[in-house]
Design a protein around this ligand. Sequence first.
Ligand code: PGA
Length: 249
Amino acid sequence: MKIRVFDNSHDAGVYVAALAEQVIEDHASPVLGLATGSTPIPFYEALVRLHQCGLDLAPVKTINLDEYIGLDPSHPQSYAWFMQNHLFSHVNIPKDQIYLPNGVASDLEAECRRYDEVIRKHPVHLQVLGIGINGHIGFNEPDDALLSQTHIVDLRQETVASNARFFHDIEEVPKRAITMGVQAILQADQIVLMAFGREKAQIVAKSVSGGVRTDVPASILNLHKQVTVVLDRDAAAELMDSSGRLRIR
Ligand code: PGA
């Protein structure tokens, strides 16, 4: 696992966008696995800037990790809307190359199987992840077992509370979501886990240095051979010694 610590999230986003550019240049039909939340926003901003400087995203396919159940893609807090707003409306990825789970599908189980098929058909070259304060990746929440396939998840109370900042009222936050499973995440050629801010420092340290545990879902990334953890100094705080150097590499 490679760890890269930046002075700020802007610089971290530029770094991740450069990794994405490399993947886009290396593959005729590049597939990016994408995440939502505040963390990847600097990455999307940097990718949009690269596009404005000439990077062609027309061959790119994107597969998002998750979506709230019950929010239509036109709902401003749906992840479909988030992606539209932060990336898709600014770049030239064709609409039919964009994949997200449908949180308003009439048969949600069938939707999970459909999404597994999408993932099977389009193996991800670079998977971008954020991390929840409880260690979730996608919406794979801490539990006795982690599920491998796309599934419906009851969001943990701390996840609902954390996501309430995007809604007027905590009651409006969906309590269920569809998420890609951990197997699909681990199948990506390359994974980038991003985290910013002091409130992520503890869970980041647990994830990268505490062994693999299902109550810290991100720790499963220790099983993958090409993971880069991209942090700002605050999120790296618990990995630094007193002179500001990384204790683990
Ligand atoms: P955040 O969410 O980027 O908004 O902190 C991360 C996550 O829950 O995966």
